[in-house]
Ligand binder design. Sequence first.
Ligand SMILES: *Cc1c(COP(=O)(O)O)cnc(C)c1O
Ligand SMILES: [Zn+2]
Length: 419
Amino acid sequence: MSLSLSATQPEVPADADEGVWLECIECGETFAPFADVRYTCDDCDGLLEVRYADLPTFDDFEGEGVWRYADALPFDEGVSIQEGATPLYEVPRLEDDVSVEALRIKHEGMNPTGSFKDRGMTVGVRVASELGVGRLACASTGNTSAALAAYGSRGGMETLVLLPAGKVAAGKIAQASLHGARILEVDGNFDACLDIVQELAGQGEAYLLNSLNPFRLEGQKTIGLEILEGFLADYDTVPDRIVLPVGNAGNTSALYKAFRELVQAGALDESDVPKLTGVQAEGAAPMVEAIENGADEVRRWDDVETRATAIRIGNPVNAPKALPGIRETDGTAVSVSDERITEAQRDLAREGIGVEPASAASVAGLRKLRAEGIVTRDERVACLTTGHLLKDPDAAAAAGRDPEPVPADTEGVLEHIRE
Ligand SMILES: *Cc1c(COP(=O)(O)O)cnc(C)c1O
Ligand SMILES: [Zn+2]
């Protein structure tokens, strides 16, 4: 199977372009990468993956940020606003409290628009310009639209974003708006927005930059590469486990692909591959359901609800890539309540790390799995925090302390703080 960790390097097909091609994960059909616009397989509608004739090892990486990993990407450079190279924070108190050998926080909120989506867009928008498309579009719970708006304008292209009305955090709409996207507020949830934008893209109205687009996931692979390099530098070994929030499961798929490619290149031992551990909110947990039931397919949830709006998704489009990733790495998936998510948001804030609710799901999930003994005391763990606190100021204010009204004189203020 092409998505197995022990898959061997495929033969280079005739339609490859400078050693790069697209391959269907279901039927194996190959396609030229930049000749036409295509999101899924012409023959069976399966998901596509980008393949390379030559895969790099750690020694081939040079420079900083996403484009440090150019040898693992379809181009040498992209439409860039200096994305990637995010901090891998130490959190000594939280590490003690959770009780693991090592805990590090990979804070993707430190990207240019405040989420990991920038890593995918720097590559995706570069591909869009190669294809010569004029208008870019996405459905979004918010962060994809912020990133698309910024990278689209940087690349000089028109952008169109479809958002679920009333369900997008304030910071994200503000970004999409200022960067000049046309914002269409849809009277429906994220999954309905994605259905519509896929149909628009199918009719040639716009180039789709959701994570169904295989090129976006190439950029997101670099999260995994940075985490591995960071752990190798600090602990001389890769992490035992990477815990991440799951919405459309793009990151889960991208990290798994990064690991598979390193294994194929001989840069990583199959037995050392980190256990991919996905976390969803209880009100939107179709991937967790599929993992728990040992199912090959994910059942679409029509009604989803959670405070973690970035992962309020009932139909994870990348499930066919992500399920093998979780299973082949011996990982798991777990759901957490909104209350636990908010507590984890406070845990991180106490260490000085400000994240939006969806991001905190990773830490909440780690706590739950540690309490259940599924994560053990001797593990070195990386938690991915996907977006910045300022993305969702209302959630942050609700989780934090309330402001206290005081009179406008020193005596009155002193009296108040001594109370
Ligand atoms: C997009 C997003 C997610 C979901 O990521 P997937 O790759 O779709 O699973 C999680 N958290 C935040 C903050 C996001 O913006
Ligand atoms: Zn196919």
